[in-house]
Design a protein around this ligand. Structure first.
Ligand SMILES: Nc1ncnc2c1ncn2[C@@H]1O[C@H](COP(=O)(O)OP(=O)(O)OP(=O)(O)O)[C@@H](O)[C@H]1O
Ligand SMILES: [Mg+2]
Length: 292
């Protein structure tokens, strides 16, 4: 990630207090601003200051609109929090970004040039979008080290995997990731013997091995102890700037610790957006989510 990216994210964060978008519009000017230009292979074009851009996205399941004209964008290096009631469409939005679910209509871009609706799920991961599901999915019978090593082998054939050896850059990366996720002292432990929180960090570490540009994290602190939750907040704050993060959570004290801009989803579209204090003071948000 270049300093430019970090600057864009920081700038955006600094302005967070004053930004309010109505549902259906975004700050970046949309397709007219140049989304859909020719792509440079292997690069994410962030000329327009957006790493992720959704416009007017809708999807129905058996006639039920799970996502309804959803428009949202994220700056490079930003840590965006998404909150909203059960069934608001938060996980479905991540399914759409990662190619698991195809929307019926709308636009989804990674940077200015990569049309995510033209890519399959496996390709989207390769493009640099990592996704963490709620339940940890580490390999319990392998050590922490082996799990991280394995993360580099994905999408290689069986033979290539067997012959695979870490080069020095990859070894350095692995050591760096171990420090970041606070598991350096547990490198030889079996993943199955880790606590729930440590398994979650290990899985985040496995995503980090691929150096994703954008990380999508769905309810990352669910089931964690207070101490694990606090450590996870620290971890996300260190990842911010180096990566862009989209974090879905119901835990408001966690959101308070990490948030810049908070987006409230409801009935498949953006109900409100701003700082946590701003959205918590919004009558509509209180009505549908936070309760009186
Ligand atoms: N594949 C599917 N088929 C049918 N309905 C679906 C499918 N995926 C999601 N839905 C429905 O879409 C709506 C949005 O679900 P989603 O899981 O995205 O909500 P959410 O905001 O993640 O909620 P939660 O906070 O409970 O995780 C729900 O009513 C859900 O039942
Ligand atoms: Mg969900």
């Amino acid at each position: 990630m270049t300093p430019d990216l970090m600057e864009a994210g920081a700038e955006r964060a600094a302005r967070a207090g004053s930004i309010h978008y109505a549902s259906g519009s975004t700050e970046s000017g949309g397709r007219e601003a140049g989304f859909g230009r020719i792509a440079t292979p292997g690069e994410v074009d962030i000329t327009h200051g957006r790493i992720l851009y959704l416009e007017d996205v809708s999807v129905s399941f058996d006639g039920f609109k799970a996502i309804n004209k959803l428009s949202l964008d994220i700056a490079p290096g930003e840590l965006r929090c998404i909150i909203g009631p059960n069934g608001a469409g938060k996980t479905t939005m991540m399914d759409i970004i990662t190619g698991k679910t195809r929307p019926d209509s709308g636009t989804v871009f990674f940077g200015s040039t990569i049309d995510l609706l033209r890519h399959r799920e496996a390709d989207i991961a390769q493009l640099g979008i990592g996704r963490k599901f709620q339940k940890p999915t580490v390999f319990e019978h392998l050590t922490v080290f082996e799990n991280l090593e394995l993360a580099l082998k994905t999408n290689k054939g069986v033979r290539a995997s067997m012959l695979f050896k870490l080069d020095s850059a990859q070894s350095d990366r692995l050591a760096e990731v171990l420090e970041t996720i606070h598991l350096a002292e547990s490198v030889s432990r079996l993943a199955g013997n880790l606590s729930h929180g440590q398994k979650q960090w290990l899985e985040i570490g496995m995503l980090l091995m691929q150096d994703p540009k954008l990380l999508l994290l769905d309810e990352p602190v669910a089931g964690m102890t207070d101490e694990e939750t606090a450590r996870t907040a620290e971890l996300f704050l260190t990842l911010k700037g180096k990566h862009s993060l989209m974090v879905v959570e119901h835990d408001m004290s966690f959101i308070r610790t990490i948030s810049e801009i908070v987006t409230v989803l409801c009935d498949g579209s953006v109900l409100a957006q701003g700082t946590l204090d701003e959205v918590q003071a919004d009558e509509r948000v209180i009505e549908v989510y936070l309760g009186r």
